[in-house]
Design a protein around this ligand. Structure first.
Ligand code: SF4
Length: 426
């Protein structure tokens, strides 16, 4: 059987010290996830129940992309509407009725909560139930919160996927074993993984599905692999349905992708020779492509601010496959269980931090004089002005970066800003 990288050094994963700080933090809210979720789930519509700020965020985030017809909107509740909850519910019903009359192709409508205190008071899950009754079975209504209070932008996807799981049918305990890959992947990445699992002989489904009605059945025979490290709530919902998580590193870089595929191959008893036939050539191509980029990154010092929750797998990739030195690896939340395989592969001397007190973290960053800082948009501009090279972490969720085929694309996201800064300095 393929070797497991996953649990090789569990005790280190448990033991790594973590610097925890609370204070002002700089992150986008969970509404941001709508940008990639609406592209993935093609028959869904996302209706944000929010304020003008929410509408503005969606418009400006969407404005940098080109869409034929966006499948999201904001129902702006004015203060007057919010004076009475009954009025607010009537307003939601009116907006939804208008929307469905104009867009009859909508099959799943997400009601997305936001953070004005009046919106928090609304019970959107009850609104979803009420709307389900009045609009019949042709449209499914699902609710979740994208509120920016104490959350980070990738948690919007977690909340959305967990809410979708409330509608899955339990699989029979006698159903054959199958694999569920969990987390939004760009379609070409998903297609590539599907080909790999087909070649390994592993029956696979992806979640979220491209059509919201094609929900998988989940039960004790379901083995799931997380494709993204920010899916704590979704993982817990799958566990409650009896599914079994396959522990592995995340499929970033050649090493992470091997670990991830090996976890599935091991669970489905794929013969080692078959595994190597399928994985070996793609892995070697990825390693060769990474070797060319490594020269630009080797020995460079990187500081990761907490933002996307991808920081720990990225740090592992940047350190082990590209030779970068890790100064500090920040994450908004440290989900030790899902990240155990990743933590085990970090150097024992790594400085891990959870949460943020942004001014103190900026001080540590400046003092460390990094060659590259990975951070959110709000911090990138001021740091660039100070002469510090940055990489926007939000790009990592908009760019296909998973798997062997995209390992070099992922590395290039980090080498490009350094090369550009080098050219400017000449
Ligand atoms: Fe809306 Fe809150 Fe996000 Fe601001 S932080 S855009 S108010 S959900």
């Amino acid at each position: 059987m393929p070797d497991h990288v996953a649990t090789s050094n569990r005790s280190q994963a448990d033991a790594l010290p973590v610097l925890r700080q609370r204070g002002q933090h700089e992150v986008f809210c969970g509404l941001t996830g709508i940008m990639w979720l609406h592209r993935k789930i093609q028959d869904a519509f996302f209706l944000v129940i929010g304020s003008r700020t929410c509408a503005h965020l969606l418009q400006s985030a969407a404005g940098v992309m080109i869409f034929a017809e966006p499948r999201f909107a904001t129902a702006i509740l004015e203060e007057g509407d919010l004076a009475g909850l009954a009025d607010a519910n009537d307003e939601i019903d009116r907006v939804v009725a208008r929307l469905l009359a104009r867009r009859p192709e909508i099959r799943t409508l997400f009601l997305v909560g936001s953070c004005p205190s009046e919106v928090i008071k609304l019970d959107l899950s009850r609104a979803a139930e009420r709307l389900s009754k009045s609009h019949g079975p042709s449209v499914r209504f699902v609710s979740y919160s994208g509120s920016g209070l104490e959350t980070t932008f990738t948690q919007g996807e977690d909340a959305c996927l967990a809410s979708l799981l409330r509608g899955v049918a339990p699989a029979s305990p006698r159903a054959p074993s199958s694999l569920l890959v969990v987390g939004t992947l760009a379609d070409p990445v998903e297609d590539g993984f599907r080909r790999s699992f087909d070649a390994l002989g592993i029956p696979v489904q992806f979640f979220p599905p491209r059509r919201a009605w094609e929900l998988p059945e989940v039960g004790p025979q379901t083995r799931y692999l997380l494709a993204q490290p920010f899916l704590a709530e979704t993982g817990a919902a799958l566990d409650r349905l009896g599914a079994q998580r396959l522990p592995a590193a995340f499929p970033f870089g050649a090493e992470g992708t091997r670990s991830w595929l090996a976890a599935a191959a091991s669970a489905f008893e794929v013969p080692r020779a078959r595994f190597e036939d399928v994985v070996g050539p793609a892995e070697r191509r990825a390693q060769a492509a990474l070797a060319k980029i490594r020269t630009a990154l080797e020995g460079k010092r990187v500081f990761l601010f907490p933002d996307s929750q991808l920081e720990i797998p990225l740090a592992r990739f940047l350190h082990r496959e590209l030779g970068m030195e890790l100064l500090e690896v920040g994450t908004p939340y440290l989900q030790r269980e899902h990240l155990a395989a990743e933590l085990a592969m970090l150097p024992a001397s790594v400085v891990l931090s959870e949460g943020q007190d942004v001014e103190r973290q900026l001080d540590r960053c400046r003092a460390a004089r990094p060659d590259l800082v990975v951070c959110g948009l709000g911090l990138a501009n001021p740091l660039e002005v100070e002469g510090i090279t940055t990489k926007w972490s939000i790009e990592l969720v908009f760019t296909p970066v998973h798997g062997f085929e995209h390992a070099a694309d992922l590395a290039n996201l980090f080498s490009r800003p350094l090369l550009r800064r080098g050219r400017l300095a000449v």
